[in-house]
Design a protein around this ligand. Structure first.
Ligand code: ZN
Ligand code: MN
Length: 135
């Protein structure tokens, strides 16, 4: 695969994602990687993010904002999207693995999985809106 040539950049992308808990988009990864690799293109970053997620080293998140977010934490966990500031935050709740079985009750097809996320106001935005109401 031609991408082998870029393994240093791929490692840098993975390291960057491992250092972040805020689920960056490809654009954010790109602007950070450019500091170290001024010639890197957004396309290269995107290809490496796709490859890393295909290899199972990172997760590509489809959350309700239409942009892909990336997560180096590949364990099963749910995400929260802030409707106000767009923050993507890990939720500590336990995962509901039997939700696929529940979905399959009375359904003749095959449930392969689900994409679940939660949304509302993040703690920061929630505190802000509380202040405004009080003022
Ligand atoms: Zn927020
Ligand atoms: Mn996460």
């Amino acid at each position: 695969m031609a991408t082998l040539k870029h393994s240093k950049q791929r490692d840098a992308i993975l390291n960057f994602l491992m250092s972040r808990k805020d689920h960056p988009t490809a654009d954010v990864v790109y602007s950070h990687l450019r500091e170290e690799y001024p010639n890197i293109s957004l396309g290269t970053v995107y290809r490496n993010l796709t490859l890393l997620s295909e290899l199972g080293q990172i997760k590509r998140l489809h959350i309700g904002d239409g942009v892909d977010h990336f997560d180096a934490d590949t364990s099963q966990h749910y995400h929260f999207l802030c409707s106000e500031c767009g923050a993507v935050i890990d939720l500590k709740m336990e995962t509901i693995d039997h939700i696929n079985q529940l979905a399959g009750v009375g359904f003749d097809g095959q449930i392969a999985g689900n994409i679940t996320y939660f949304y509302g106001l993040c703690p920061k935005c929630s505190a802000k809106s509380g202040q405004q109401e009080g003022a």
